[in-house]
Write a protein that binds this ligand. Structure first.
Ligand code: C2E
Ligand code: MG
Ligand code: MG
Length: 660
């Protein structure tokens, strides 16, 4: 039974008890009063009748003495019995012996009847005081239901007691009358009491009910999210605890699903906070509409929602989240704007393993994190591997943050060579990071993490500045190639940044190459095209990195006007396994690049065999461990000097400066 129900029942029982106590009290009071009134009335009447008999009975002393009434006396006795409530009387003589019974006049009193059985006549004779008793006749023969027996002394001259008169009075009618009267009185009293106490009690009940209602409302508000119209965190956790106690609910078999809106901050910033609120309501509604009666949903805070749902199969859970995703992604119109937002979703399937809800939520959160990492607007189901990855990602995140604070990022430079002369043409700037313990973390690992953390622009700007400042001190025919992340194109600050750094370092823009991958072009927005165009207008060269791993669309090549094509290392590696086929593909790519007026670079050349084939195919630039590994800035001067030694370079002032 609920707490509310218990309180109500308690109040109701209290009310019933109050009424019952009142009725019982009135009943007992009335009974006592009626008995008392009937007794008093009977005593008064009995005494009157006794006096009447004593004063009006002719020659009473003789009658007492003999017990034999004469004619006159018999008549008196009969009229007395006929008129009033007296249905019998007895006479006792001065010795206390019964001498006459009024309704047995004709008979001689039997010997046994002559005694004073109750001893009351004897008591009257000895004390001179009346003895009156009210009796219940319902169980006695020849007796009215209620009657009075009154023993009264018969006084003679000089205060001498001659005998005792015992009068029997029928009080049934009087009692009934009295009861009726007093019952009416009782009703009147009860009505007055009910009025006097009932109304305040009703008012009290009403007030109590109102207080309960407002308490319930406050309780409800404390557990409900007004905006999303779903439970809030504490409401959801309470529901889960309550459900956990029920035998028909098994949390270990239910799925725990985390939802998080993608780029919610952007929605708030673009459309305003009211629109952000409307979007949260939209999410709450979309989820609620997709759930079944037994499912639970709550908003944990911000743009995070949690669903706990039981379904038969994994496919059913996937169908559920897809339904929610598509509802949330449908356009939301708000005050003239159209908001289109998406959800990232993390699922922890219930496989029957006992686990706390907190642990389940943590695992669903890991899956959500994975969904975000893999491009958002998608869902992922928790796996153990994901947990390991998430842990590693946290370590990398920490290394990135501390790396920024403690200057632990470093730019390495890997040489690129002219194929024909094998002379150095320039360098690619490659970022390096070491964690606190000095362990290297590869860029393939930390760059995507930095992107998801929103730190890549800060890092990317620093790389650009460091690399451009480095090239300023190199022989003037060397270029520097810098990798860019797609995120660096997001806020439109890239072109001014590049312009400023080049100017400040006094570096000719033609000495700078910027490498982007096809994934950037797949977004194909006007903004990206415009920025690439501005960079080219500046004189900067554009290079399409890792060519062949993505869509390798011809469209990208001519539409964005790249200067350079960098063939991905996997094709060069392919030469070792399937030389003929890999050679043909490389030949095609190189021809294509040349047709479109692009310089073609082969990345990752490690062997002379690879070098030979690529030379035969007339690839323009070579990059790989065969010619030089990425090196820190401190190793550049010796490298340049080795070039001089090989006669590849004339000694220049810049190199002397480096050496110093
Ligand atoms: P990428 O731009 O394709 O760079 C070439 C990668 O191939 C480098 O890996 C380089 O060390 C490696 N490499 C070069 N020659 C050989 C070889 O002969 N054999 C082998 N096995 N590997 C070779 P690294 O430095 O680990 O960089 C990996 C990727 O990280 C880069 O691929 C680039 O996409 C990204 N990256 C590096 N630095 C930056 C940066 O400053 N900004 C951005 N956005 N991305 C960067
Ligand atoms: Mg590159
Ligand atoms: Mg590459």
């Amino acid at each position: 039974m609920g707490e509310k129900m218990k309180k109500r029942t308690g109040l109701f029982a209290g009310a019933i008890m109050f009424v019952l106590t009142m009725v019982l009290g009135v009943h007992l009071g009335i009974k006592y009063t009626v008995d008392y009134a009937v007794g008093s009335d009977a005593t008064r009447k009995a005494l009157n009748w006794s006096s009447y008999l004593i004063t009006r009975m002719p020659d009473l002393p003789t009658l007492i003495e003999t017990g034999r009434p004469n004619k006159q006396q018999i008549q008196k006795i009969q009229t007395t019995s006929e008129v009033g409530d007296v249905f019998r009387f007895k006479l006792f003589n001065a010795s206390g012996n019964l001498v006459l019974i009024s309704d047995e006049l004709a008979k001689n009193l039997e010997a046994g009847a002559r005694g004073d059985h109750s001893g009351k006549a004897a008591k009257v004779l000895s004390t001179g005081k009346n003895q009156v008793s009210l009796n219940d006749g319902t169980k006695k023969k020849n007796r009215p239901d209620l009657y009075v027996e009154a023993y009264v002394p018969v006084m003679g001259q000089a205060g001498k007691i001659l005998g005792v008169v015992e009068v029997y009075l029928d009080q049934t009618a009087t009692s009934v009358l009295f009861h009726r009267l007093f019952n009416l009185l009782a009703i009147a009293i009860a009505a007055v009491l009910a009025f006097a106490f009932g109304l305040p009690y009703l008012a009290f009940l009403k007030k109590n009910q109102q207080e309960q209602q407002s308490r319930n409302k406050a309780n409800y508000l404390a557990k409900f999210d007004q905006l999303a119209k779903v439970l809030n965190r504490s409401g959801l956790m309470e529901q889960l605890r309550t459900r956990g106690l029920k035998s028909d609910f098994d949390l270990s078999k239910a799925s725990v699903i985390f939802f998080d809106a993608d780029h919610f901050k952007t929605i708030n910033d673009t459309f305003g906070h009211k629109a952000g609120d409307a979007f949260l309501t939209h999410i709450g509604q979309s989820i609620t509409e997709s759930l079944e009666a037994d499912d639970l949903v709550g908003r944990l805070g911000g743009d995070e929602f949690l669903v706990v749902a039981s379904r038969e199969t994994v496919e059913d859970i996937h169908a559920l989240v897809e339904k929610i995703q598509s509802r949330v992604s449908s356009p939301l119109r708000f005050e003239g704007s159209t908001i289109i937002g998406h959800l990232s979703i993390g699922i922890h399937m219930g496989d029957g393993e006992e686990m706390s809800i907190e642990d389940r939520m943590q695992k669903a959160d890991v899956a959500l994190y994975q969904a975000k990492f893999e491009g958002r607007n998608t869902y992922r189901t928790f796996t153990h591997e994901m947990q390991v990855n998430a842990l590693r990602r946290r370590t990398v995140e920490a290394a990135i943050l501390s790396g920024l604070e403690e200057d632990r990022f470093e730019v390495y430079y890997q040489p690129l060579l002219h194929q024909k002369s094998k002379q150095c043409a320039g360098f690619e700037a490659l970022l390096r990071l070491k964690d606190k313990d000095g362990n290297s973390i590869t860029p393939t690992e930390f760059i995507p993490v930095a992107e998801s953390m929103g730190q890549i622009c800060t890092i990317g700007s620093w790389v650009l500045k460091t690399a451009i400042e480095a090239v300023a001190s190199w022989p003037s025919d060397y270029f520097i190639s810098v990798n860019l992340s797609a995120r660096q194109f997001d806020d439109g600050s890239l072109v001014p940044l590049v312009t400023r750094i080049l100017k400040e370092a006094n570096v000719d823009p033609t000495r700078l190459e910027l490498e982007v991958t096809e994934s950037l072009l797949m977004d194909n927005t006007d903004s990206i095209s415009a920025q690439l165009e501005s960079l080219r207008e500046l004189g900067v060269k554009l290079s399409l990195d890792d060519f062949g791993t993505g869509y390798s669309s011809l469209g990208y090549l001519w539409q964005f006007g790249f200067d350079k094509l960098k063939i991905d290392r996997s094709f060069i590696l392919g030469l070792d396994h399937n030389t003929e086929k890999a050679s043909e593909i490389l030949d095609t790519i190189i021809l294509l690049g040349h047709r479109l007026d692009m310089t073609v670079t082969a990345e990752g050349i490690e062997t002379e065999f690879q070098e030979k084939i690529l030379s035969d195919l007339e690839c323009d630039h070579f990059q790989g461990f065969l010619f030089g590994r990425p090196m820190p800035a401190s190793e550049l001067a010796p490298y340049f000097l080795s070039l001089i030694d090989r006669g590849e370079k004339e000694q220049s002032e810049e190199i002397i400066a480096h050496q110093a």
